[in-house]
Design a protein around this ligand. Structure first.
Ligand SMILES: [Zn+2]
Length: 300
């Protein structure tokens, strides 16, 4: 399955940067091979933290959202995919963490899941995707907006096939073992990794999506497009984050590059992405790698 012309894919994510962290290599590869790939993003990530000293004040000034719109535009250009904000940019607001004032905001996504599902239902009807990619019931790592996206997608998906993007636990453990953290960073502890990763189970349909050089390069460029959120530990600098960090790379075949978020916990940028089957849809799914796995049994 090399040419994917005629297949349509919709990825639904909560915040700018989730598209590259969870699914960037896959979306870039599918698009490069001819599939129509549309990213639907729900919020602007208004409540995020910021990496890099020059832009720290944007958090208090409430202008982070605007910066993240621009970062997302750069990222989707790097991935070569289509993009829309659901309801328009800023229609749904980042809900922050439970207990925070942002969580009570009337425009917060968590307080409007049914409304989000209504918008998604309309977009799915028009875009008519063969597969939808989003998060599992835990939102990938528990963020309330990710869980809200999961619920809205499943309410709106009808009988379409839905895949859940996961950080595979065993692969991330193995990747982390090959890395040395940059100076001043730390390795995540087991609790953090277990919260951040989903264990692959042999009892459910599971797809490993290997990233070839082009897909890996696109993902890396997409991550570099989000400098307020992602710090590539390969010496990359930007006007947003002018400080370089270098991780020690022990096995480039496993993790050629490492990265961190604002918590400065080093993570491997693996040569594959991973998906659990959320619902099979009208055709039975069969285990296979890459695009053949995601589209198994579906007619274009
Ligand atoms: Zn997110």
């Amino acid at each position: 399955m090399t040419d994917l012309t005629g297949f349509r894919v919709v990825a639904v994510h909560a915040h700018p940067d989730d598209e590259v962290l969870f699914t960037g290599g896959t979306l870039a590869d599918l698009a490069r091979r001819g599939a129509t790939v549309t990213l639907l993003t729900l919020t602007l990530g208004d409540e995020g933290e910021v990496i890099g000293e020059p832009y720290q004040s944007v958090v208090d000034n409430g202008v982070l959202a605007g910066l993240r719109v621009r970062e997302l535009e750069d990222a989707v250009a790097a991935l070569g995919i289509e993009h829309e904000f659901v309801g328009g940019a800023g229609f749904f607001r980042d809900s922050g963490m439970e207990g925070s004032p942002a969580h009570e905001h009337p425009r917060a996504l968590v307080n409007r899941v049914e409304e989000a599902a209504g918008h998604l239902h309309g977009r799915f009807a028009e875009l008519d995707p063969h597969i939808i990619v989003t998060y599992g019931p835990d939102g990938g790592y528990g963020h309330p907006d990710h869980i809200a996206v999961h619920k809205a997608v499943h309410t709106a998906a009808g009988d379409r096939r839905v895949w859940w993007a996961v950080f595979d636990r065993a692969q991330n453990y193995a990747g982390l073992d090959t890395l040395t953290e940059p100076e001043g960073w730390q390795k995540p502890d087991r609790d953090y990794l277990d919260n951040f990763t989903n264990e692959a189970s042999e009892t459910e349909t599971f797809v490993r999506y290997p990233l070839d050089d082009a897909a890996y390069a696109a993902k890396r460029a997409g991550m570099a497009a989000h400098p307020t959120q992602i710090w590539l530990a390969d010496g990359t600098v930007s006007r947003t984050n002018p400080v370089s960090a270098f991780a020690g790379i022990g096995d480039p075949a496993v993790a050629p590059v490492a990265f961190g978020l604002s918590n400065l916990l080093v993570m491997p940028l693996l040569r594959a992405e991973f998906y659990h089957l959320g619902q099979a849809g009208t055709a039975a799914a069969a285990p296979a790698e890459g695009a053949a796995g995601l589209f198994a049994g579906l007619e274009r």
